[in-house]
Design a binder for this molecule. Structure first.
Ligand code: ZN
Length: 320
């Protein structure tokens, strides 16, 4: 199979990408951990922080990538998720709402400059002031725009799509635990056949029943599975000091604060995502695989097909 392309990786193997001083060795350790669990390329993901900090981290990651051939192979580009998100309770998720702000075309140009020419995906909430002009600017600069951590109205979603937004980030997450049964962000997104929908296929962030229903309502060729993995991904169950707090990795590969039931992040590995999706759908892993490899790669215009003469990591699974 062609390798997995994960468009949302916040960290792996104990290495948190949300740091100012990540070292080349740490970034290689995370990339190697991803490689060993089926991933052949990923978008290093930066979440909400003060905007200048995001720019600094992006420039730093870009320099590290440029200095190492393995990192150049593994890191296909960047996913910037924040700070242009909804700061409303339930919608901001694990992001710090105090760092959130409105987007502007100038800020989009600053992100583009910091990330260089590499593929870049931006997740934003289209109800923020300036979103439409910013989406237009991002699209003009070749960035992909996905909506997420949002409570946008149908009109706001449609205007964002007219401006160039083509995706929705981790549907079923970044939204409140309970909401209006008549009108909520899930129903509004399900009405839009044109969006490419991101899902975390760990059987926990989206329940198996909802996961199956989404695959009936949305054309499965429009999914892009992600791990949304944070630093604890790829680690054995246990407690770890991460991002300034102690976090616990459960046997279900979900990260929680010790003693809490609330999710603090995903510790899913890419290969497990493929198996769990197939298990939830009662399908073969060959069916779920493209939603985690060729489909996201095609959307972000990444090379992930097998072509004569082009080096490409492949995975071989031995059937017993
Ligand atoms: Zn998110």
């Amino acid at each position: 199979m062609p390798g997995i392309t994960d468009l949302q990786v916040n960290g792996f193997k104990g290495v948190d990408f949300q740091r100012d001083d990540i070292s080349p060795a740490e970034l290689c350790l995370a990339a190697m951990g991803l490689r060993q669990t089926g991933c052949s390329s990923f978008l290093a993901t930066l979440i909400t922080a003060p905007f200048q900090t995001i720019l600094h981290r992006l420039r730093h990651l870009k320099a590290l990538r440029a200095s190492d051939p393995f990192l150049r192979e593994m890191i296909a580009g960047w996913h910037v998720e924040g700070p242009f998100l909804s700061d409303k309770p339930g919608y901001h998720g694990a992001h710090d709402p105090s760092f959130m702000e409105d987007p502007s075309p100038a800020k989009i140009r600053a992100l583009r400059k910091a990330g260089g020419d590499l593929p870049m995906l931006l997740t934003l909430a289209p109800e923020r002031r300036g979103a439409e002009a910013s989406i237009r600017e991002a699209t003009r600069l070749g960035m992909g725009v996905s909506l997420g951590h949002t409570q946008a109205t149908t009109g706001q979603i449609e205007r964002a799509m007219d401006a160039g937004a083509t995706g929705f980030t981790h549907l079923g997450n970044g939204c409140p635990q309970s909401w209006d049964r008549h009108d909520n962000i899930l129903w509004r997104v399900l009405e839009q056949p044109g969006l490419r929908v991101g899902l975390i296929p760990d059987a926990i962030h989206v329940s198996p029943a909802l996961f199956r229903i989404l695959h009936r309502v949305i054309d499965p060729s429009r999914f892009w599975y992600v791990t949304d993995a944070m630093a604890a991904a790829g680690m054995a169950p246990g407690r770890y000091p991460l991002a300034g707090a102690e976090l616990e990795v459960g046997r279900d590969q979900v990260v929680r604060k010790p003693g809490s039931e609330l999710f603090a992040g995903s510790a899913l590995t890419p290969l497990d995502g493929v198996w769990r999706a197939a298990w939830m759908l009662g399908s073969t892993w060959q069916e779920t695989w493209p939603r985690f490899s060729t489909q996201p790669a095609e959307w972000m215009a990444l090379s992930n097909s097998l072509r004569p003469g082009a080096p490409r990591p492949v995975l071989v699974r031995e059937e017993k």
